[in-house]
Write a protein that binds this ligand. Structure first.
Ligand code: NAG
Length: 219
């Protein structure tokens, strides 16, 4: 009797693991594979498929780089395993990844997709930071970057105490000649180019970013 029960339980587990079903009948859901970090289960309107991330990508449930997968350096696999062997091509270690163009200060980097390297530009005023696989303020990259060269601005060592810029001390602000969407702020003597963001423009009379209409009142 006991044996029968055990076999019955084992049988149910076998059925459950070999033929899992989708908990949701509609929509698209992705579920982690319990053993493999580079695989996941995808439910598409209730139909289950086992998917494998492209080379250089892993599954963490949050990644949206390509087919629900994320860059390998961003994923915590825990106890899930994967084969880390890269499939390399010109400029790309893995088929999918983000790589530096040089180890010197650079405002461009390589984005690889299907093994094809696509040169990509940082936002103006930023430089590529290998540590974060993305772009960063050049004053955070002083070993390789000269922020004055990247931003194209030299912070004054002194600011007149009664000036508008001094109001923002220790981060004095300055207008960017010919650019109404950005401002420069100095952090420990190094310039940072800051974008006002969408729908905002730089107002020279207050040295702040303001809504379009607000700025209009000053003219
Ligand atoms: C799921 O089914 C709905 C309704 O039949 C359909 O409109 C939709 O395109 C389907 N979604 C996918 C991802 O196949």
């Amino acid at each position: 009797m006991k044996m029968v029960k055990i076999f019955l339980v084992l049988g149910l587990i076998a059925v459950a693991t070999s033929a899992p079903t989708c908990p949701e009948p509609e929509g698209v859901q992705a579920y982690a594979h319990t053993q493999n970090c580079d695989q996941f289960f995808l439910c598409t309107n209730g139909t289950l498929t086992l998917e494998t991330c492209e080379n250089g990508l892993l599954f963490d449930g949050k990644g949206a780089v390509h087919n629900h997968c994320n860059y390998n350096w961003a994923v915590e696999c825990g106890t899930r395993q994967h084969d880390p062997t890269p499939i390399s091509s010109e400029g790309c270690e893995y088929q999918f990844g983000i790589y530096p163009i040089s180890h010197e200060c650079s405002t461009t980097y390589m984005k690889c997709a299907y093994g094809e390297a696509i040169p990509s530009e940082c936002e103006p005023g930023l430089a590529y930071d290998e540590r974060i696989h993305g772009c960063n303020w050049p004053d955070q990259l002083l070993e390789t970057c000269n922020p004055e060269a990247v931003v194209g601005f030299k912070c004054p060592t002194k600011v007149a105490p009664d000036s508008l810029a001094a109001r923002f001390w220790p981060f004095p602000r300055f207008a960017v000649p010919g650019d109404s969407k950005r401002l420069i702020t100095c952090v420990e003597g190094h310039p940072r180019l800051i974008s006002c963001g969408e729908d905002k423009i730089f107002d020279e009379s207050s040295l702040t970013c303001v809504e379009h209409e607000e700025a209009g009142h000053h003219f």
